[in-house]
Unconditional design. Sequence first.
Length: 193
Amino acid sequence: MLVDGGSSIDILFRNSFPALKLTPAQLKPYDAQFWGVLPGQSSVPLDQITLPVQFGTPDHFRTEFANFVVADFDGTYHAILGRPSLTKFMAVPHCSYLVLKMLTEKGVLTVRGNVYTAYTYEEESFKITEAIDLSIRMAETVAQATKVPPNQLQLPEQETPRKSSKSKEHKEVQLVDGSPEKMALIGANLDAK
């Protein structure tokens, strides 16, 4: 789970449904788009769901209900806890130390993150976001390609390879190794200077 004090909503990703044993029938309508998860793209959620969120151990814990907007794509994290949940928990995040503190009936509850796990998930999140962004751009390119008139879709004819001209006045020199079509003719009777 990602704690993001910059997010104005709590987000639950589609790939979390099987792990939480949730069904689409449990969703409530949500009709707004959200921005910021995919760079430069708006996202249309499936709907929303209210779930209990608990931090701590069986002896020392805090539970609150959070309204999650359900994203219609998979994410690296199961969920993103934004400002609404941080406010409900009255939690204080310490991003530099990966620590989240909140009050409970037994005092202050401290939840610690793992730097290696956070870094690994962040790296994976960048890869997934890049793949989704590439997929969106490819779909846009295909959509634009269907608008091109058929007479402009023809490929130009390939040039025929030049014939070898063995002559005593000229010598063929291959410019790129392994590319016989890239040849140059130089004078065979040139001075060594």
